[in-house]
Design a protein. Structure first.
Length: 132
């Protein structure tokens, strides 16, 4: 992986223990009540870009909340400007979304993870997002 910071969660957590800071940690879960598309914005700190070859998103299929279903991951090599799609599709029913490794990484400064739908109504939970 490489150093990355969450800039904008796009939605508030359901409670103080379920915040978006849990996304980039081993423990905890980001739980939120979706209202339309939820866009989470991440940024590589400093002045350099990173090589993004793979994204993995993990949710718990046995938890009391829904899992993301339709997801789009978009990237930009600049701090501002247009994002282009890196990956788009559905999370598996096992709670694992893995874009798979790419032979050649994409230079990124910003990464946007958009959740378009969930596999059930109610709050949605994401345990972790790993950028490699």
């Amino acid at each position: 992986g490489f150093e990355i910071a969450l800039e904008e969660a796009g939605v508030l957590p359901v409670d103080a223990n379920s915040g978006p800071e849990n996304l980039l940690r081993e423990e905890g879960t980001f739980v939120f009540q979706p209202a339309g598309v939820v866009e989470m914005e991440f940024q590589v700190p400093g002045e350099s870009a990173a090589d993004l070859a793979r994204v993995r998103i993990k949710s718990d299929p046995d938890a009391d909340y829904a899992m993301p279903l339709r997801v789009r991951i978009a990237v930009s090599g600049a701090k501002t400007g247009r994002l282009r799609t890196f990956w788009s599709g559905q999370m598996g029913s096992d709670g694992i979304l893995d874009t798979g490794p790419r032979a050649i990484g994409t230079r990124v400064r910003r990464i946007s993870v958009s959740i378009y739908s969930a596999d059930a109504p109610g709050p949605v939970g994401i345990q972790q997002i790993v950028f490699e």
